[in-house]
Design a protein around this ligand. Structure first.
Ligand SMILES: [Zn+2]
Length: 70
C-alpha cells in the first residue's frame, strides 16, 4: 500500500486504466462481445481498453483501440 492508500495488486491491478460509464454502451459492449466504439462484433474485439464499475472488461477492435487507449 502506498501513501495514498492504493494497493497495486490483486483486484486493483487495473485501477489505472479507464473506467467507463455503463449507461452508454450496449449490452454486448458491456460484456466484451462488441467493440466499445464501433459496436463491431466480428471479429470479436481483442484489445482491452478499460473496465466498467462492476469489474467487467471493455474491449475495442484493432481499429478503434488507439482512439480510446490512454
Ligand atoms: Zn471498433
Amino acid at each position: 500500500m502506498d501513501d495514498l492508500g492504493h494497493t497495486w495488486s490483486g483486484p486493483n491491478l487495473h485501477a489505472r486504466e479507464p473506467m467507463f460509464d455503463p449507461a452508454g454502451p450496449t449490452k454486448p459492449q458491456r460484456h466484451g462481445a462488441a467493440c466499445l466504439v464501433c459496436d463491431k462484433r466480428w471479429p470479436r474485439p481483442q484489445i482491452r481498453v478499460g473496465h466498467f464499475p462492476d469489474g467487467s472488461a471493455a474491449y475495442a477492435c484493432e481499429d478503434c483501440a488507439p482512439a480510446v487507449k490512454p
